[in-house]
Design a protein around this ligand. Sequence first.
Ligand SMILES: Nc1ncnc2c1ncn2[C@@H]1O[C@H](COP(=O)(O)OP(=O)(O)OP(=O)(O)O)[C@@H](O)[C@H]1O
Length: 751
Amino acid sequence: MVNSTTRTPVKVTKLVQQRELRTQPLPSSKQTEKASNFLAKTMEPVQVFCRLKPLPSDGDLCCVRVINSTKIILETPFQVLDNKQAAQKETQYVFKHIFESQASQQNIFSAVAQPMVESLIRGHNGLLFTYGVTGSGKTYTMTGDANHRGIMPRCLDTLFRAISDYQAKKFIFKSDHLNSFEIQLEADARSDRHNENNQYFKRELKRKYAGPLTPSQGSCDLTSLQGINKDNMYAVFITYVEVYNNNVYDLLEEGNIQKTLQSRIIREDANHNMFVHGVREIEIKSAEEAIEIFQTGQKRKRMGHTLLNAESSRSHSVFNIRLVQAPANCQGELVSPDTRTITIGQLSLVDLAGSERSSRTKNTGLRLREAGNINNSLMTLRTCLAYLRENQQQINAAPKMIPYRDSKITHLFKNYFDGEGQVSMIVCINPRAEDYDENAQVMKFAEMAQEVQIVRATPIKYNLGLASGRGKANKTCKTPVSNLNELDNAEDKNFDVNVCILGLSFPEYKIDTPAQAESSIQELTQYLLRRTERRKVLRNDLESKFDRLRLHLTQMEKENLSLNCKLASLHTRYKEELDRSCALESKVRVHENSIHFLNNKVKRREREIDDVKRQFKHQQTLLDKKDEEKGKQKKTLNVKLAVEMDKHNRLRECDNMRSKDENLSEESSSTGQSSAIESLRIASGTTAISTPRNTKYWTPRSIRGTDVVDRRHRRFLASNEGLCLHDGDDDDDNDDDDGGGGGGGGGDDKY
Ligand SMILES: Nc1ncnc2c1ncn2[C@@H]1O[C@H](COP(=O)(O)OP(=O)(O)OP(=O)(O)O)[C@@H](O)[C@H]1O
């Protein structure tokens, strides 16, 4: 990267010099005269154009009358007169050109912007802004829409068509982020291009955007376009900033579109030019690319809604086209590495926010604040131009300080008013009767603005001692050379063409008279001297090239040798690595087989485990069912057992009673106390009730009755024993009962 200072065309201006002159003690009359002559020669006024917007319908009241292409009359509409009860007033204004409502976008571009593009190609600065009431057609004029492309897309199209054959490769010129440029070596530029391509393809995969605006095709006839230097290489850079609420935002800032933009500061560069610090400057290679980038910025732009215009711009937007150029080298291809030869021209296209009285828009809150800021910045612009005009008109008075810094937009424009270049303004007028008051203000300002003088840009020329026309000549030779290179003939290949022109052809000379001969000889001598000089330059250039080539060849030879050694060692290493990898591969194969075998085994085992699990589950369900059945059986048997036990207890009580009765009867028979027995029987109510027969037909030994009870008792015991076999828990109870029953059992023995 070449590190040297960059030159921009706008430097300390003649106007500033003039003002400095005025601040010093009174200049001599000779000085003043010289200065005024100088001013008269090099300054030109701000060019003010006026564009009328068509009325929405024929019946609408109009407040302007066009006299001719430069004169216009603003007249008080009857409607306004009625309201104010004032006398009809007419004010005539003169502008550089008045475009009536039927004027096309192309007309505006050709008359206003095309000369500025030519200036830009010559390396000069230009500022073009649209000014007017909200909805008067400022954005339409500057940007336009898909069918009616405005100034900006037309400028881009014209510029790219003009420099198409002379564009430097991308990243040869590189921004130094301080408003200047450097020249990169081709290797660095190539690496940057490579990185960008990678990002581009990634972006392309995601992108699905088609903006409404496309660059205009054929905005101007290129044959009429002047200023292109065919021995220079060009590169175009763009920036797009917005001034909103007196803060500057970079609309092309990197990152997501929804991202909150960072406010930027305005700084002065090494050449005293104002620039937005840290702004993203993008190199573009076609008008289409520029429009696409512009659309991205446009999306970010804050759009407010007022009652007057649903899509009103609440901010000033500044679209900068910067054209960087430098002389090409001998081959007419690469840019000369000398950074001092760089020329930067800048064209600023500014779409100002609409001037509007807030009482009319009925804005409130944020919108009111926006309107306040817009009005303040426009007021500062008006004040700056008014003071500039005053300073220029009253040369002998103490100059007023211009309040550029009071607003961001004027701070940014400072260079244009203080420096060299061209300033143009398009005043957009909506000729509706309702807009009369605002239009009067706008026109007053416009009239005043065209009295401000701007220093005309001085032409910039560099003589590198190289032949002019070298670029074209090299281009002409390129085609046959590339054709030769495509041939098989080795001798014809790599034919290096370097067209070196020694200058213009021999001048014509006349030697009819001695005087003529003398002057011709002098002319020829001059011509030959120039030729000799040029030959010297070319020879030096050739020799330095030979030297470089020789050096290059020796270096290449050395590199070749070392590369060959490296290649041989790499070859042997490669073979070793190949053998190792073969051995490893066979090992891997063995391991793979064993893994395969083990895998199969594992699968088999898993299947077996599954089978066993299934069987186990089945057995489990069978067991559960059996348990359930057992539980049910147990319950029914318990019920039966309880019933039988109850019966058995009752029977046993009966037996006991009977045996007691028998004992008593035996005792009474022996003692003859039957009355006592009788009283006992009465005391035992149960026995009396259960055996009523006994009292009536009682015999001391009723063998039949004993037999029946005995049989029943035995059946019960048998069944009870059978039950006890089934239930172990109940066995204890039965045993207890049997304890009782044991008595019974004992009793059984008695039976
Ligand atoms: N010369 C014209 N011919 C046809 N239509 C126009 C013309 N000028 C403006 N318009 C239309 O008028 C409307 C408002 O124009 P535009 O947005 O350019 O106004 P503006 O001055 O930029 O407003 P603001 O300051 O609010 O942004 C748009 O729909 C536009 O298409």
